[in-house]
Design a binder for this molecule. Structure first.
Ligand code: NAD
Ligand code: DAU
Length: 387
């Protein structure tokens, strides 16, 4: 071979051939030493809805990264979301709680992470109204624990390091009939959930400004797609329509949300993690505003068609109930900065995404059955039946 005398060149050629031609599993079987040259990335909350999509994307797209998924496996975390990648050699699952500072520090020391993508959180607004303190522990203290651990192991050697905090548009509060949230919009959270996320965002910015920690934050609108726990509007209503249960619409259903396909969020996270500027915030949104009641009616029509029911049948399940306390009227995200500076754009039309999402839940009855048995029944009773 012409490169036999040049070991560096042969490694380079071997790696490029391996990564582009040989299937991922085979690469690791052939050359275990690749492990030692990898970047190690911590993804927190990787067993949840968005986290599992991010883990899938990173594990499959970056065979030269070691992906460590740290998750407490709360009611919202589910390893079934990751079945197809659980045995890949560049993936590792660690069960743990970000609120446990000693455990987190030990993990950072052991793994020497190069990057952190932090998604672990308590995420449901209604649960934050019934139990705000849990949200302070996980979302605020948990985030500060991760910042401390990153600061500790990186010790001012920040070259090639990044702490990426995933946040929400709810930190900006609510909009009236017009306007959009930009990165300059002031924070004005209303629910305990959004207040805890706002606080965690401020801590990330503070660690950047005070300690120079290389960090970036993104604030995204409502996600939809596969693997979302059926406490959130879209999967909850798909499940109820299928089972002929009432559809509990808060207030008059006039609230507006900006819906984004979860895989488009995962792609944005990939781009921001690799190309975003430290100290910056990026807004992510679908430019896709829907009044709740219009979205619910659209879902009913699609489900009628898919379930072979007369058109109009599922709409009869709509039941208007007492409004959510402090219910934000409207969210709409201006993602121009992300689009122009980093070249991201949503890929999927909402109508197509909604059809795909409904199909996924209808085809994954076992997944839905498993997550809605046990504690879910108790939650449902307290949230809706005793309301
Ligand atoms: P999710 O509720 O589906 O998943 C959260 C995950 O975090 C679960 O796997 C859970 O087990 C884990 N977790 C919770 N507490 C933990 C702890 N103390 N230690 C370790 N792991 C813990 O959430 P999601 O909807 O996928 O949201 C992920 C992130 O994205 C959150 O930070 C959320 O604020 C943000 N976000 C969500 C949306 C949305 O529409 N879902 C939109 C914008 C931003
Ligand atoms: O905007 C981003 C946020 O979107 C994320 O940060 C949150 O983690 C995520 O939960 C989501 O918050 P919302 O409160 O907007 O999502 P949810 O699915 O709970 O509700 C969407 C809308 O539907 C909202 O206006 C409330 C309404 N709703 C919701 C439920 C669960 C109902 O009318 N009935 C319901 O039963």
């Amino acid at each position: 071979m012409p490169v036999a005398g040049n070991p560096l060149l042969s490694v380079k050629i071997y790696l490029s051939v391996a990564f582009f031609i040989v299937p991922e599993r085979a690469i690791f079987e052939q050359d275990k030493s690749i492990y030692n040259r990898m970047k190690t990335i911590l993804i927190t909350g990787g067993a949840g809805f968005i986290g599992s999509h991010v883990v899938h994307l990173f594990v499959n797209k970056y065979p030269a990264y070691k992906i460590v998924n740290l998750d407490k496996l709360t009611y919202a975390g589910n390893l079934a979301n990751l079945k197809d990648i659980e045995n890949l050699p560049n993936y590792e699952f660690v069960k743990g709680d970000i609120v446990d500072s000693k455990f987190m520090l030990k993990l950072f020391e052991e793994k020497q992470f190069d990057g952190v993508i932090h998604l672990a959180a308590e995420t449901h607004v209604d649960r934050s109204i019934s139990n705000p303190t849990e949200f302070v522990f996980t979302n605020v203290i948990g985030t500060v624990n991760l910042l401390n651990a990153a600061k500790h192991i990186w010790k001012d050697h920040y070259e090639g390091k990044r702490f990426y905090h995933i946040s929400t548009d709810e930190v900006y509060g609510t909009l009236g009939a017009t306007g959009m949230f930009t990165e300059e919009t002031g924070y004005d959270p209303h629910s305990p959930y959004s207040a805890s996320k706002a606080s965690s965002d401020h801590f990330v910015h503070a660690y950047h400004d005070t300690f120079g920690l290389p960090s970036v934050v993104s604030n995204c609108s409502n996600n939809y797609g596969s693997y979302q726990f059926p406490e959130k509007l879209i999967p909850l209503f798909i499940n109820n329509i299928q089972n002929n249960k009432p559809l509990p619409v808060y207030g008059k259903g006039e609230n507006v949300r900006d819906w984004l396909w979860v895989e488009d969020h995962a792609r944005a996270i990939d781009i921001i993690f690799h190309k975003g500027k430290n100290g910056e915030t990026y807004n992510i949104g679908g430019h896709n505003e829907w009044k709740n009641i219009d979205l619910i009616r659209a879902m009913c029509r699609i489900m009628d068609r898919k379930l072979g029911r007369p058109i109009g049948e599922s709409e009869k399940l709509i039941t208007f109930i007492k409004d959510r306390a402090g219910h934000d009227l409207r969210y709409a995200i201006d993602s121009a900065k992300l689009q122009h500076e980093l070249g991201w754009a949503p890929s999927l039309q909402f109508e197509e995404g909604l059809e795909k999402t409904i199909d996924w839940y209808l085809e994954n009855e076992e997944w839905l059955h498993n997550v809605t048995s046990g504690d879910y029944q108790k939650y449902y009773e307290e949230q809706y039946v005793k309301r």
